[in-house]
Ligand binder design. Structure first.
Ligand code: PMP
Length: 378
């Protein structure tokens, strides 16, 4: 056996991650382009300083204040859609270092040897990694040509595999496609109480007007888990704070597998300070949604296919040689993501100026890097 003595199925694998390149226009990891204001930074620094004065002690293992604040935020988001569904309580909230960690914990509690996790491709590339890392079998169904989910296919696959965890982003990454509430209900009913359905709303706040959040379905389905993150709409990717809302019994199950004190005192303090500035931090969302809609229109005007998007990115194509187009953009200082079905590229929505640079660079790259691919999707 060669060194290091890593698990056999991990041997030779490379870690997940987009290239972190120092380029002027970074549109590859769906970050929010707006940095916090000086006043917000000062408050966050003060909160971190207060936490530092008590660093000799372990943090509140139950992150009580943070859970209350996240519950209030989710309730406000629910109300903003006009929903009169019951609000979210602190007992329904769980948080960890990014929604990636939240979902890994869901797999640790509800997946495992002899159990199955299921999703529909193309989708977020980390899902099969959570499954692999928790020894959970992985099954991927397909999406339609417009990247929506066919409820009949979804139900059939669930009945065939009886998964313990279904992972579904809404909006989906990398396509931007939101799930209809009827589909979420159908999935929760098909899975039944022998499994959980995770609706990953990492990009939920960017949804178009009229697109609902799965939060309003929580009172109806005990097996529904809705995950969110402060990385995207909240413009706090560096904070590493993701969370979920679900039945308190689901949170209790996750408590069994979490590491003690997994959320540091500084993370908790900074997250609460950031929530104090929610209005400012979320302030870019409206502009980003407008910029997204304009980007979709512009890309279509170039004769490209673009998936309808409820997120802060869009998937466009198709290119016979997408890598050449990606490289052409990079040569012009614009980093996008080579992800999704063959021939497609994904661009995160940046500032007005960044998107102007992207458009110029793409025009140039398309001119130099050959014709478009033919009409294909998955
Ligand atoms: N879900 C989806 C669909 C994502 O695209 C991402 C990040 N790219 C995440 C979850 C994880 O985000 P974070 O860990 O920063 O909360």
């Amino acid at each position: 056996m060669s060194f290091p003595p890593i698990r056999e199925e991990l041997r030779g694998l490379t870690p997940y991650g987009a290239p972190q390149l120092d380029v002027p226009v970074q549109l590859n990891t769906n970050e929010n382009p707006y940095a916090p204001s000086a006043a917000c930074v000062a408050d966050i620094a003060r909160a971190a300083g207060e936490a530092a004065a008590r660093l000799n002690r372990y943090p509140d293992r139950e992150f009580t204040v943070l859970r209350e604040r996240l519950a209030d935020y989710l309730t406000a988001d629910l109300r903003s859609t006009g929903s009169d569904a019951p609000g979210v309580t602190a007992g329904q909230v769980w948080a960890a270092n990014g929604s990636n960690e939240v979902m890994l914990q869901v797999l640790q509690a509800f997946g495992g040897p002899g159990r199955t996790a299921l999703s529909f491709a193309p989708t977020y590339s980390m899902y099969p990694e959570y499954a692999r890392d928790t020894h959970t079998a992985w099954v991927a169904g397909h999406r339609e040509h417009d990247f929506t989910l066919d409820p009949v296919h979804a139900r059939e696959l669930i009945e065939q595999h009886r998964p313990h965890v279904v992972l579904l982003p809404s909006p989906n990454n990398p396509t931007g496609t939101a799930l209809a509430p009827e589909t979420v209900t159908l999935l929760c009913e098909a899975v039944g109480e022998s499994g959980v359905v995770v609706v990953d709303e990492a990009y939920g706040e960017f949804r178009r007007t009229g697109t609902p959040t799965a939060l309003e379905l929580l009172p109806r389905h005990r097996n529904l888990v809705v995950t969110r993150t402060m990385s995207k709409a909240f413009a706090a990717a560096g904070l590493r704070l993701g969370y979920l809302a679900a039945d308190p019994a689901i949170c209790d199950a996750i408590r069994v597998v979490r590491l003690p004190y997994h959320l540091s005192a500084t993370t908790q303090a900074v997250a609460v300070a950031a929530l104090d500035h929610a209005t400012e931090l979320l302030g870019g969302v409206a502009d980003l949604r407008d910029e997204r809609d304009r980007t979709v229109v512009w890309l279509r005007e170039q004769g490209l296919q673009v998936a309808d998007s409820d997120a802060n990115f869009c998937l466009f194509g198709t290119f016979e040689d997408r890598h050449a187009v990606w490289q052409g953009l990079l040569d012009a200082g614009v980093l996008v993501r080579e992800v999704g079905p063959e021939g497609w590229l994904r661009v995160s929505i940046g500032t007005h100026e960044e998107m102007a640079t992207f458009r110029d660079a793409l025009r140039h790259a398309m001119h130099h890097h050959g014709p478009q691919g033919k009409e294909t999707t998955v």
